[in-house]
Design a binder for this molecule. Structure first.
Ligand SMILES: [Zn+2]
Length: 239
């Protein structure tokens, strides 16, 4: 059976995880990169990584939740990362639909500094703030996963040129044939930089996402699935 790893999900928000894992294993989904969104769910994510050896955790502050953070949030983040070496940082980023962009930028930069200092992989959420994002990512060169990538082919090319180690993770949005811009971006994406994710959906959906990408790129679906699997292992192993 082909194997898949979900490069971005939020298992802490799903109910009946036992059933989720069981169902995922029947379609070959055997690993999960689980992202926190605020200090409120850091410990839930950490616990999931400690109780399941196929769950890889990321903790951080999502751009929607940058307001009303506890004063010691950054110190606590640093401590948790120091005490749990396998944790990555995510999901963090910038979102033009989120709260005050300067507040977002402040929280994002603090987390990028930490990632750079600690050599951590970062999982990025970016909606409509590509200029600012590229500028900040260039200042803190670390291994980067752009989750739910929704930028154009042009932005994808720019990111590849400006960042030395970047992956593009695609969600079930690719199943919508009206998303022409996204489909164009996938056409331009080097196959060794592609990941697949469920985000808020059932992890099983990543099989369909991988198949759709193989169709868009005219590559045999088993070869595409293998490549995506190995891409995911690559960023997890060198984390
Ligand atoms: Zn997410």
């Amino acid at each position: 059976m082909l194997r898949y790893i979900d490069a971005h999900c939020h298992l802490q928000n799903l109910s009946d995880l036992k059933q989720v894992f069981k169902s995922a294993s029947t379609v070959g989904v055997c690993g999960f990169v689980c992202n926190a969104t605020s200090p409120d769910d850091w410990n839930d994510v950490l616990k999931l990584t400690q109780t399941n050896n196929n769950v890889f955790g990321c903790i951080g502050v999502h751009p929607w939740y940058v307001n009303n953070l506890p004063v010691d949030w950054l110190n606590n983040l640093r401590k948790l990362l120091q005490n749990n070496q396998s944790l990555m940082i995510g999901e963090i980023g910038l979102d033009k639909k989120g709260p005050d962009i300067l507040a977002q930028e402040d929280v994002f930069i603090s987390q990028m500094q930490l990632a750079y200092e600690m050599h951590k992989v970062v999982h990025i959420h970016c909606v409509g703030a590509w200029e600012r994002l590229v500028k900040i990512l260039k200042d803190y060169p670390v291994k980067t996963v752009l989750h739910g990538f929704s930028g154009s082919a042009e932005i994808l090319k720019r990111l590849l040129l400006s960042l030395s180690d970047v992956y593009f993770s695609f969600s079930s949005s690719v199943l919508d044939d009206r998303r022409r811009r996204l489909i164009d971006a996938i056409r331009q994406a080097p196959i060794d930089k592609i990941l697949v994710e469920s985000d808020e959906k059932s992890p099983n959906v990543i099989v369909d996402v991988a198949n759709k990408i193989s169709e868009i790129k005219s590559i045999a679906s088993d070869k595409m699935a293998d490549t995506i699997y190995n891409n995911t292992l690559r960023f997890l192993n060198n984390g």
